[in-house]
Structures are given as C-alpha cells and as structure tokens.
Design a protein. Structure first.
Length: 197
C-alpha cells in the first residue's frame, strides 16, 4: 500500500484550521526515503499524529513527540498512532517544549530530523527554535509549519534573514518549510536583519 493510501486512514478532525495534506505527506516521506541517513527524530506538536505517522513509516525507530495539549484535540494523535500500531515507537512527552528541549540537550539527544508543528506567540516559537538549534548539528533538518499566523511568519522571516547557517531545502510543500543546518552559527553580536509582518 502506498504512503498516500496509508495516510488516508488517519482520522482527522475536519474542524481544525491546520492539517497535513496528502501532497505534503508524500513529499516528506519521499524526502526521508531519499535522504536515508535520518534515524533520530523529534517533534513538537503531535496534532492528529499525521507527521509522526509519516516519520515512523520511514524510520520504524523511536520518535520523540512533545505535546502538552493532546487533550485539546481529544487525544487524536495518540489514538491514531495506537490504531496504526505505531505508538510503541513514540517517546511521548506530555510537557511543554520549553521544559523538555533543555533536558534533551543535557542528555545529548541530537535528532537528525526535527518537526516544529505548532503556532504559538513569537517568543515561544523563538524559544523552541533556539533550543532546537542547540541540539541540531550540521547536515540535520528542521521542518517548520507555514501558516497565516503572524508569529509563524515572523519566525520564518527571522531564519531566512538572519540565520545563514540554515538553508531552505527546495521542496514543493504546501504547509511547511524544510530547513537544513549547513554550518555553525558564526554571527557577530551586531549581525541582525530586521523583520516585520
């Protein structure tokens, strides 16, 4: 069965403003398959479990998922992954990313592929990005949701204008941007390009 057909079995709440399209699911899966080196994965914001399903369908390895708000979506992500018999591969952290990410750094957990799939205030999203950057090594990837949320747009602007150590991977994604960390951050204290929404 193709990834697209398997993906269609995920039960989604149609009232949600955001979803992972079949198109994006297939592109992300094919990227993972082509890259081959991705083993360790991390996700902030589990949602309905669609992105975790895509990652686990490729890696079949432990996937860390951070989401203190599963109750707000009636535990859809956990239910879907259990129904698909993938939840045993999920290290689920029912806590805030601001608490979990520093612990991962302490434990030297260095993911190959990280997903930031939530919209928060800009400072919370920026905090997530900074903490992810600490555990993201050169040649690793960061997938971030793209939405109409002005905070989300500011984060993408900040990365594009100020973080030359990250490069956009050109994929025809509808709702996400994939970044690759291509170098160490060597900016001086005066390096900053303004951002606005």
């Amino acid at each position: 069965m193709s990834i697209r057909l398997k993906f269609q079995t995920i039960e989604t709440n149609k009232n949600k403003a955001h979803y992972v399209s079949e198109h994006d699911a297939e592109i992300i899966f094919n990227f993972l398959k082509k890259t081959k080196t991705i083993q360790r994965t991390l996700q902030i914001g589990l949602g309905d479990g669609a992105l975790a399903f895509i990652v686990l369908s490729f890696t079949n390895k432990l996937h860390i998922a951070i989401d203190p708000d599963q109750s707000k979506v009636q535990f859809d992500g956990i239910k879907n992954l259990k129904r698909l018999e993938l939840f045993d591969l999920v290290d689920f952290r029912d806590d805030y990313s601001s608490a979990v990410l520093p612990k991962l750094l302490e434990g030297n957990v260095l993911p190959d592929f990280t997903i930031l799939d939530n919209d928060q205030t800009f400072d919370k999203m920026m905090n997530d990005f900074v903490n992810i950057d600490f555990i993201c090594k050169k040649g690793r990837f960061l997938l971030i949701r793209k939405s109409n949320n002005p905070n989300n747009q500011l984060l993408h602007q900040y990365i594009t204008k100020n973080r030359v150590d990250y490069s956009i991977v050109e994929l025809e994604l509808e709702h996400f941007v994939l970044y690759e960390k291509i170098a160490r951050d060597i900016r001086s204290i005066n390096d900053f390009q303004g951002i606005n929404c």
